[in-house]
Write a protein that binds this ligand. Structure first.
Ligand code: G4P
Length: 321
């Protein structure tokens, strides 16, 4: 499947973020815990150079707990402060103030040495669309915060949300776009629903998901749909999604695996599973033909809302199950 998506505002947004970076001490980066690498833009490492960094593994409630821990270690080893959160319910957010203090310890010590006391840490929330930035800002700031910065009616400049005496948050999050360096990233973002489904072939997408689930989460489809799935693992990473960090599809178009016999076999198997899901859910068209497009929609919805269970689509290299 070829996923192409080039939003036009990328350069402008990046320029704006570069400006905002001058105002802050700390970057709070949200990633989707189900796809922690595909949902981050590596440009942020350049843009945020010299700033304290926190990675929030958001939507941790939808992701595999064992892999949440593995990804926490992964980012910690790369020098980030990390917290697993659920921005929707607010779970995990209580610990954030403590982590902010830790992440900014050096800056605070420097301030103190210079005789600067009580200057709050200024932070910005950053992430690609749909990772939960607005939800996080709303949950974290709650209603008790006060907006500082501009006077009413003045639209230029930045608004700061004062959270407490030691932390201020820029009220608008920084939006970065995902980096579509390979098809794998596009596919992973499509699975979680971060790419508009209308530009995608839903059935193909659903079949890719089925192949992934059969290989890495055996039993999940049977349990949800009461169907009989033969658990013949598709050889290697021929799910096409190349789920380990930094893995590439077999050729630059991501087509290689589909041409191989095992790739073809896995595809046929996935198509048959999709038909079974359609039958199990009574998705029928006129003439009793199975409506696999409808079944694809059901499967994707079930996955995205967590009804298939807690599933992580990307694994740190050392933690392939
Ligand atoms: P953005 O600003 O980064 O673009 O993302 P936004 O906050 O709009 O969140 C995108 C979707 O993700 C929202 O769902 C939101 O509720 C959901 N979400 C955010 N954080 C979490 C989380 O930790 N766990 C779960 N399960 N969901 C989360 P939506 O369906 O688009 O909107 P709504 O129905 O919640 O209003």
């Amino acid at each position: 499947m070829n996923i192409q998506w080039y939003p036009g505002h990328m350069t402008k947004a990046k320029r704006a973020m570069k400006e905002d970076m001058k105002l802050i001490d700390l970057v709070i980066e949200l990633v989707d815990a189900r796809v922690p690498l595909a949902s981050r833009n590596p440009d942020l490492d350049e843009l945020g150079r010299g700033k304290s960094r926190i990675v929030l593994l958001n939507k941790g409630d939808l992701a595999d707990e064992r892999l949440n821990e593995a990804w926490t270690r992964y980012f910690q080893e790369k020098g980030f402060f990390v917290l697993k959160v659920n921005a929707r319910s607010g779970s995990g957010l209580k610990q954030l103030n403590g982590v902010v203090q830790e992440a900014c310890r050096e800056k605070l010590q420097r301030d103190r040495k210079r005789g600067i006391l009580n200057r709050p840490v200024r932070a910005m929330v950053v992430g690609i669309p749909n990772v939960g930035k607005s939800t996080f800002i709303n949950s974290f700031t709650g209603k008790a915060c006060t907006k500082t910065g501009n006077k009413p009616g003045v639209t230029k400049g930045n608004q700061w949300i004062r959270l407490n005496k030691s932390l201020e948050l820029l009220d608008t999050p920084g939006i970065l776009w995902p980096k579509f360096e390979d098809q794998r990233v596009g596919l992973l973002l499509a699975f979680i629903g971060s790419i508009n489904d209308e530009i995608l072939h839903k059935e193909e997408l659903a079949m890719e998901l089925i192949r992934f689930l059969m290989e890495y989460y055996p039993g999940v489809l049977e349990k949800r749909y009461q169907i009989d799935v033969r658990e013949e693992p598709a050889a290697g990473n021929e799910t096409g999604a190349g789920m380990t960090a930094g893995n590439e599809p077999e050729d630059s178009n991501g087509h290689g695996s589909d041409q191989s016999p095992t790739g073809k076999k896995a595809k046929v198997q996935a198509a048959s599973v999709l038909t079974q899901i359609a039958q199990a859910r009574g998705c029928l068209m006129k003439g009793k033909e199975t409506d696999t497009a409808k079944a694809a929609g059901i499967l994707l919805d079930d996955f995205r809302s967590g009804r298939l269970g807690r599933i992580t689509l990307e694994f740190p290299e050392a933690d392939i199950p």
